[in-house]
Design a protein around this ligand. Structure first.
Ligand code: HEC
Ligand code: HEC
Length: 287
């Protein structure tokens, strides 16, 4: 009996120690600061196309899913293990104190104005945006009506703590995984071309991976299906017409089933003819 009691006490002590280590390590990552290099974007923001910015925000980059249609922040997840997480209010209220440079660094490098990493903002998914597109998005953020409310106070659950201190949840501290020395990509002309399709497909790599082979989505909800292999040159069921149908209906021509979340079917449905043709021109060449 005595031995059992000792083992139990020992076990409780070990668990308590692990909890403390995880907590301390999480807090040190929370407070880590990052460089804030200038992106020299202000001039581009002044002359940027606000309508293009709106399209990037609402369709092509999917910001709307986390920051909402009025930009005041939307619920991302509410789960005891992962946390209670909303996007920040990025309508002109809090951000009026942020320079264009501050906003650009948040989107591109995941670095907050205060120098720390943003938490749960997938900035690494936006590395493929050109400087002009990033500027257009900032111009759009500046153009909408202010929403006078504080950003939600996000809290993170035990599983999110463990996954992020063990490096399995890059979205928690994006600034820690982004290479600030990488320059902007050049944007090709918008048209139904391979080049523009390749540019657009940079918004798919967060889930489908840089080589488009798909697989388990890192740091995602364990209930999500793996992202599909989208080297569409390998699938007889895909041709220009069936690809267009998939975009419009969200149904896979390979399996005949509706594609499940987190595949952003609601965003793809809003792609126009040029964007759809461009994506096909690129994805159909991949094998
Ligand atoms: C998966 C959800 C998600 C997506 C997609 C997303 N964001 Fe965020 N974003 C967040 C969260 C969460 C925060 C708050 C970060 C924090 O509290 O540290 C944030 C913070 C920000 C901030 C900093 C503001 C602040 O007060 O912290 C800006 C600017 C921003 N996002 C812009 C964008 C833009 C533009 C896009 C699209 C290109 C985008 N976000 C896509 C979740 C997301
Ligand atoms: C947030 C993660 C995510 C993003 C971003 C995403 N996808 Fe997906 N995608 C998925 C998942 C998960 C599946 C598998 C769904 C299923 O099995 O029901 C999928 C399935 C697909 C399929 C179906 C393949 C088949 O079997 O028929 C295609 C095509 C596809 N995605 C294309 C894209 C394109 C193009 C983009 C970018 C414009 C994109 N996806 C962005 C997660 C994502």
């Amino acid at each position: 009996m005595k031995i059992l009691k000792r083992i139990l006490i020992g076990l409780v002590a070990v668990i308590a120690l692990v909890v403390v280590i995880v907590k301390v390590s999480f807090n040190s990552k929370l407070n880590q600061t990052f460089a804030k290099p200038e992106l020299q974007i202000h001039e581009d923001v002044i002359k940027a196309d606000v309508e293009l910015g709106k399209r990037l925000y609402s369709v092509r980059s999917g910001c709307i899913d986390c920051h909402g249609a009025d930009l005041s922040g939307a619920l991302i997840m509410e789960d005891p293990a992962m946390g209670n997480i909303h996007g920040a209010n990025i309508a002109p209220y809090k951000l009026k104190d942020w320079s264009d440079e501050d906003i650009a660094r948040a989107i591109r490098y995941g670095v907050h104005k205060d120098g720390r990493s943003l938490r749960f903002m997938p900035s690494f998914d936006f590395e493929g945006l050109s400087k002009g597109d990033l500027a257009a998005m900032i111009a759009y953020l500046r153009s909408v009506p202010a929403v006078e409310k504080e950003s939600h106070q996000n809290t993170f659950g035990p599983i999110a703590h463990v996954l992020s201190v063990t490096g399995q949840m890059p979205i928690m501290f994006p600034a820690a995984v982004i290479d600030q020395s990488k320059g902007f990509v050049e944007k090709p002309a918008e048209g139904p071309t391979f080049e523009f399709g390749k540019y657009l497909a940079s918004s798919c790599v967060g889930c489908h991976r840089h080589d488009y082979t798909g697989g388990k989505i890192q740091g995602g909800d364990p209930a999500w299906p793996p992202a599909a292999d989208i080297r569409l040159g390998n699938f007889a069921a895909y041709n220009q017409e069936s690809f267009k149908q998939m975009v419009m209906t969200g149904k896979s021509p390979v399996t005949g089933n509706m594609l499940r979340p987190p595949m952003p079917v609601h965003l793809l449905k809003q792609l126009n003819e040029t964007e759809t043709q461009a994506l096909w021109a690129f994805l159909s060449t991949l094998k």
